[in-house]
Design a protein around this ligand. Structure first.
Ligand SMILES: NC(=O)c1ccc[n+]([C@@H]2O[C@H](COP(=O)([O-])OP(=O)(O)OC[C@H]3O[C@@H](n4cnc5c(N)ncnc54)[C@H](OP(=O)(O)O)[C@@H]3O)[C@@H](O)[C@H]2O)c1
Length: 299
């Protein structure tokens, strides 16, 4: 069984530092065999979402797990938060959802609840025992502030965000990360490999920096450096176990052992982190996913 370090959340719960996601290439497809393979390889954190339309398959795969497994569920239909949470719990075959997130900020737009109203419903779901850890995804600093201002009984524990070195030069991302650290909100990170998977042309200089760092350690690749960078640059506290949680995915099972042992080798040095950040900032690209929710706020 792989020895994946745990990340401590401020409210005391712990989650593995890397999890397997059901979006991307698994989006809207039968992911049963792939999730079973990920569980067999040693993943014990599985990320899913109502929007991926495969929670039933994940629930099926979870039955094969020989180890205790934690699931992140995300609600996309923000007009029906409580109903969807209960439906997802049933599809996933869980008594309680380990982690429940609002997939997007509702912002009171198009008849949706305000961020504050939506968070009130999330707190009720926790009080009713539907979910243990509650949080958000793709929320900006100003979205989180809406809720913090109300001094909620249950704080936002997690924000699931896109994060990679191309965002190192984004003021908005830096403001968000600094605020999350101040508030003790943990990050779960998607898109850590974006410079390789989505923007290789724009990332040529960055990729050569990643290669030069990877070359120094046996078993490292540019992807290793990107995952470590993403986790180390999203700390929610000062302890070593308060770094970001990586959510990745993939159909190539041969990559899984590398993912699961990722954090058993040394961290990047401060100098390496800076080199990667600088090269990422210079690429001139910022956010790649969910741009609609990122633009026009927190400038
Ligand atoms: N909250 C949100 O809004 C949100 C948004 C997006 C994603 N997510 C979650 O995060 C999960 C991971 O997202 P992501 O896809 O963005 O993660 P990622 O870790 O950035 O990329 C994973 C992809 O990279 C490919 N890959 C791995 N190593 C590679 C290499 N060396 N060269 C080329 N391709 C490589 C994998 O495919 P193969 O290994 O099959 O080649 C896989 O398709 C999703 O499945 C989902 O659960 C959440």
């Amino acid at each position: 069984m792989a020895n994946v370090p745990l990340v401590s959340l401020k409210a005391g719960a712990k989650l593995p530092k890397i999890g397997y996601g059901n979006g991307t290439a698994l989006f809207k497809s039968d992911s049963t065999t792939l999730v079973e393979g990920a569980l067999k390889a040693g993943f014990t954190l599985i990320d899913t979402a109502e929007m991926y339309e495969n929670s039933g398959y994940v629930g099926e795969a979870l039955k094969s797990s020989k180890h205790e497994t934690q699931v992140i569920a995300k609600i996309g239909t923000l007009s029906k938060i409580k109903q969807v949470a209960v439906e997802e719990r049933k599809l996933l075959g869980k008594d309680r959802l380990n982690v429940l997130l609002l997939h997007l900020p509702p912002r009171g737009l198009d008849g949706l609840p305000s961020n504050v109203e939506a968070w009130k419903q999330m707190q009720e779901l926790k009080d009713e025992g539907v979910a243990d850890i509650i949080g958000v995804s793709n929320w900006l600093k100003s979205d989180i502030e809406d809720v913090i201002k109300t001094n909620p009984k249950h704080p936002i524990q997690i924000n699931q965000i896109e994060h990679h070195p191309l965002l190192a030069g984004s003021q908005k991302q830096q403001k968000l990360l600094a605020y999350q650290r101040e508030q003790g909100i943990a990050s779960t990170i998607y898109g850590a490999l974006t410079p390789i998977t989505e923007k290789p042309e724009e990332s040529k200089n960055l990729l050569s920096v990643l290669e030069a760092i990877a070359k120094q350690e046996s078993g490292w690749s540019p992807a290793t450096v990107l995952f470590k960078w993403a986790s180390q640059t999203t700390k929610h506290g000062n302890s070593a176990d308060e770094e970001g949680i990586i959510i990745t995915t993939g159909k190539k099972t041969e990559r899984y052992p590398g993912y699961l042992s990722l954090f058993n080798s040394r961290p990047l040095t401060d100098e390496e982190v800076k080199k990667v950040s600088d090269a990422g900032s210079q690429a001139g690209v910022h956010k790649v996913r969910m741009l609609k929710y990122f633009d026009g706020r927190d400038e």
